[in-house]
Design a protein. Structure first.
Length: 126
């Protein structure tokens, strides 16, 4: 079984999102930390704990992933981030993940990038 962040990264990669330039599981490399010319997604694990408890053991894992989107500073005038996020959330949900929370948009004070954070979860049998 792949790590939860790698499962979501594989799913997002398979969607071929034209508005997303890069997906980073776990961390953004130092050389891209100040890049505001690309829209990037950072995936970080929020949960990987035993689930489906029975007979003094567990039969599955509860997995959680934080999905952070950092939009490039100069978005195209005809690009609607909300529509892109709705399509992304629908695709993640269709793949069996629960959308736990979709946080408000914020602006990064250092880079002036609009950001979005979504939390997803999934229980999987082992």
């Amino acid at each position: 079984m792949l790590l939860p962040v790698l499962q979501v990264a594989s799913l997002v990669d398979s969607l071929n999102l034209t508005w997303l330039d890069k997906v980073y599981p776990n961390e953004i490399p130092n050389e891209d930390l100040d890049n505001t010319d690309s829209t990037v997604m950072l995936l970080q694990e929020t949960d990987s704990s035993p689930a489906y408890l029975a007979n003094n053991t567990f039969k599955g894992l509860a997995m959680g992933v934080e999905v952070q989107i950092f939009y490039k500073v100069n978005l195209a005038d005809d690009f609607n981030p909300l529509e892109a996020e709705i399509a992304l959330i629908k695709s993640i949900k269709a793949a069996g993940w629960l959308i736990v929370s979709s946080q408000r948009h914020t602006t990064d004070p250092d880079t002036n990038q609009v950001t979005k954070t979504i939390y997803v979860a999934k229980n999987e049998m082992i």
